[in-house]
Design a protein around this ligand. Sequence first.
Ligand code: GSH
Ligand code: ZN
Ligand code: ZN
Length: 187
Amino acid sequence: MAPFIHPLIDNGITRGIKDFPGGKLSCKCPADRVEVTLDGNVLNNHACGCSKCWKPKGALFAVIAAIPREQVSVTANAQNLQIVDSSVSIQRHACKRCGVHMFGRIETHHPLKGLDFVHVELSSEKGWQEPQFAAFVSSIIEQGFDPSGMNEVRAKLKKEGLETYDTLSPPLMDVIATFVAQQSSKL
Ligand SMILES: N[C@@H](CCC(=O)N[C@@H](CS)C(=O)NCC(=O)O)C(=O)O
Ligand SMILES: [Zn+2]
Ligand SMILES: [Zn+2]
């Protein structure tokens, strides 16, 4: 059976709309949902296989995108949010009732500070930037995926047009490495 990558990827990726103005994300509670409003489209949308990002039930990957934090606001039921793990760089604010991650935010000195991280599948609007690549692919093994199935997973991601990486994409890794070099005055 083909691996269950993610609902936004498995049946072919739908391209986003240029100049898409943004929209609302909602958690999965039956009522009194947490709502987050995004004032613009996302960037660097990608599949992530890491253990930290929220995934829909049964999916091997999350689909997670960045957006400037100024464009993110909690517009309903903020009292239901809690930080999943405050010891990591990205503080993921999740609904404490249904568990869905509504946004991730970095508060420490970090190369990606200023960007929030969101899951556009939580929106009913269509037009968000589509996934551009797959990151932290090998990390699915750490969560129990049989390593012998990795060729099939990578082939499926590539078939859907996503280049696969075991960290982030090269441009994002370059941003992070540049930040590190600047910290030690090597650049
Ligand atoms: N192999 C690790 C990778 C975790 C990881 O480094 N995740 C990346 C992509 S989301 C990250 O930037 N994490 C920072 C964080 O979670 O704060 C895992 O699966 O837990
Ligand atoms: Zn909820
Ligand atoms: Zn991740």
